[in-house]
Design a protein around this ligand. Structure first.
Ligand SMILES: N[C@@H](CCC(=O)N[C@@H](CS)C(=O)NCC(=O)O)C(=O)O
Length: 173
């Protein structure tokens, strides 16, 4: 008998027996798989501690510059910046003059579109990613977002992806 969850299957079932047998013929057991090298077997499991200095130098850097223009996608993360009361610089990237395709900007957003965000040297592009970054790093009290892993978080994520998937319009797209 083979247990599959709560169900039992008899290995004597003609179809099952046939398929097990067929697989055994076609795929002989690779005995090398079980031939573990003694040196590998003896290697002790070592977990490196995460260096405290790395944690301390991670984001948020509290040095925000927001690159945007007067479009719906450009406004979305701006609402988050404002709702969180964050201190940030705003740089207008004039998409009517193709500034978004200039080399300096492509280093911030390789997709050559607004919006984008820099926090110190860290760059984030795509409006959804920017909003998540801001709420992850600058909304510890969850004033306008939800704790990771909760049902509300996944409801929020669903609507975020929904609007990223096409609900937000832009004449250039
Ligand atoms: N999926 C991107 C879309 C960005 C986007 O379409 N930006 C438009 C303005 S709303 C743009 O930069 N258009 C100029 C271009 O495509 O060159 C996001 O949500 O950030």
């Amino acid at each position: 008998m083979l247990m599959l969850g709560r169900r039992c299957l008899s290995l004597n079932h003609p179809g099952l027996a046939w398929s097990v047998e067929r697989q055994a013929i076609r795929r002989p057991v690779n005995r090398n798989l079980f031939n573990v090298q003694p040196s590998i077997q003896r290697r002790p499991l070592r977990l490196e501690p995460i260096k405290a200095v790395k944690m301390a130098s991670g984001p948020p850097y509290h040095a925000l510059t927001y690159y945007t223009f007067y479009t719906p996608n450009g406004l979305k993360p701006a609402i988050v910046l404002e709702e969180l009361g964050l201190d940030y610089k705003c740089e207008l990237v004039d998409i009517t003059k193709n500034v978004q395709k200039e080399d300096w900007y492509l280093k911030i957003n390789p997709n050559g579109r607004i919006p984008a965000l820099k926090d110190g040297d860290l760059r984030v592009f795509e409006s959804g990613a920017i909003m998540l970054y801001l709420t992850d790093k600058y909304d510890p009290d969850k004033k306008i977002s939800y704790p990771y892993g909760t049902p509300d978080y996944y409801e929020m994520m669903s609507w975020l992806m929904f609007q990223m998937g096409g609900a937000a319009c832009c004449p250039q797209n």
